[in-house]
Design a protein around this ligand. Structure first.
Ligand SMILES: O=C(O)CCC(=O)C(=O)O
Ligand SMILES: [Fe+2]
Length: 352
C-alpha cells in the first residue's frame, strides 16, 4: 500500500493506471492531488452556457447570418476561450468510429499496447506524460501521443498495428480536422476584422497536428484524484472529441463541465492563439475529473504553429487602445512544456 509514497515518479509511471485499476489498487500520492475547497463546481445541467458555434453558418450566403455567427465566435473566444463546434461537416457516424477505435485500442491487453510503448521520459507513444518535476501530481490516465502532420514527422514505431483500423481512422480523422482548422482560423481572423489568412500564415505550411488519445480509467476516489491536472494548452488551439463527461473549463473561478453532445467538437484556444490575438482570445485553464464507474475516452488534436517560425500578435490587433501585450516567440510549445512539467503556466514568458 505504501508503494506510491516511497517510489519515485519515474518508477510509478512505468506501470499504467489501467494496470493499477485491474489489480484493484487504491490511488496513492502523488496521484492524489485534488484540493477543491476553494473551487466551485457548476453542475453539468447548468454548464450548457458553453457556447455552440455552427461552422456551416460562418460561410452562409446570407451576410447577416454569417456576421451574427462571427460575432458569437468572437464573444465565445474572448470570454470562454472555447466553443462547441457543430455544423462542421464531419458525420457523427465517423466521430463514433473515432471514439470506438480509441476505446478498442486501450481495451486491448497490456502486451498489445506495449508494442507502441514510450520510455517514461519520452513524449511520443503509449504510456503516461513524461515524469513531471518533483512534488508534482500524476494524472489518473493513460494516453497515446502521435505526431500526425507534417507527415514526415510520423514515427511508425508508435503507430499501433491493432486494432487494424486504428491508424487509418486516426489519420483520416486528423486530416478532416486539418481541413476544419482552415475554416476556423479564417473565421477567427474575420471575427476580429483582420486579414482572413493572417492566423493561417502564422501557423505556416508546416503547422503541427498531434493526436493525443486519452483513457481515463474508473477511479475509486474521484474526490481526491484528477484524470488530468489543471492546465492551459501550449498549442495554437486544440480540438477535443469526448465520449463521456469529465472535462471541465475554468471561467470566473468556477469549473464548468463540458456536456456530452455527440456530434459536437470542442475547440479550445491554446496559449499561442492568445499570443497571436494579442490577448483578444483567451486560453482557458481546464482539467479532467475521474469517475468511479466508467472509463472515459477522449481524442485531442493539438494544432500548433510550425516551431521553426516566429509567431506574435497580429499587427492589426495592436493599437493605442490595445497596446502590444505579447512579444514574438518561437517554439512556444516547447517552452510551455517545461513549465507544464512544474505545474505552471508559461504565458508570462511571452509578455511584452
Ligand atoms: O480529455 C480531455 O477531454 C481533455 C484533454 C486535454 O485537455 C489535453 O489533452 O490537453
Ligand atoms: Fe488540454
Amino acid at each position: 500500500m505504501a508503494e506510491a509514497s516511497i517510489l519515485p515518479a519515474n518508477v510509478l509511471l512505468s506501470k499504467r493506471v489501467q494496470e493499477r485499476v485491474l489489480n484493484g489498487e487504491e490511488p496513492q500520492p502523488p496521484y492524489v492531488c485534488r484540493d477543491d475547497s476553494t473551487d466551485e463546481n457548476v453542475p453539468v445541467s447548468q454548464s450548457s452556457s458553453i457556447p455552440f458555434i455552427d461552422l456551416s453558418l460562418l460561410s452562409s450566403l446570407e451576410p447577416s447570418t454569417a456576421e451574427q455567427e462571427l460575432q458569437k465566435l468572437r464573444s465565445a473566444l474572448s470570454s470562454w476561450g472555447c466553443f462547441q463546434a457543430i455544423g462542421h461537416g464531419i458525420p457523427k457516424s465517423f466521430l463514433d468510429q473515432v471514439r470506438q477505435v480509441a476505446r478498442e485500442f486501450f481495451e486491448q491487453p497490456m502486451e498489445e499496447k506495449g508494442k507502441c510503448a514510450k520510455g517514461v521520459e519520452e513524449m511520443e507513444g503509449y504510456g503516461a506524460d513524461p515524469v513531471p518535476a518533483e512534488g508534482q501530481s500524476l494524472d489518473w490516465s493513460d494516453r497515446i501521443f502521435l505526431e500526425v502532420y507534417p507527415e514526415d514527422k510520423r514515427n511508425p514505431i508508435f503507430w499501433p498495428q491493432n486494432p487494424k483500423s486504428f491508424s487509418g481512422v486516426v489519420e483520416d480523422y486528423t486530416t478532416k480536422v486539418q481541413k476544419l482548422t482552415e475554416t476556423i482560423s479564417k473565421s477567427m481572423a474575420k471575427s476580429l476584422d483582420v486579414q482572413e489568412t493572417c492566423f493561417l500564415d502564422q501557423f505556416g505550411e508546416r503547422a503541427a497536428l498531434q493526436a493525443r488519445l486519452n483513457y481515463y480509467s474508473p477511479c475509486p476516489r474521484p474526490d481526491l484524484v484528477l484524470g488530468l491536472k489543471p492546465h492551459a494548452d501550449g498549442s495554437g488551439y486544440t480540438i477535443v472529441l469526448q465520449d463521456d463527461v469529465g472535462l471541465q473549463i475554468q471561467k470566473d473561478g468556477q469549473w464548468f463541465t463540458l456536456p456530452i453532445v455527440p456530434e459536437s467538437l470542442l475547440v479550445l484556444m491554446g496559449d499561442q492563439m492568445e499570443i497571436m490575438s494579442n490577448g483578444m482570445f483567451r486560453s482557458p485553464v481546464h482539467r479532467v475529473l475521474t469517475n468511479s464507474e466508467r472509463a472515459r475516452v477522449s481524442v485531442a488534436i493539438f494544432y500548433a504553429p510550425d516551431p521553426e517560425k516566429e509567431i506574435g500578435p497580429e499587427e492589426g490587433l495592436i493599437n493605442e487602445e490595445r497596446p502590444r501585450i505579447f512579444k514574438k516567440v518561437k517554439d512556444y510549445a516547447n517552452i510551455h512544456w517545461g513549465y507544464y512539467q512544474q505545474g505552471q503556466r508559461a504565458l508570462h514568458v511571452a509578455k511584452a
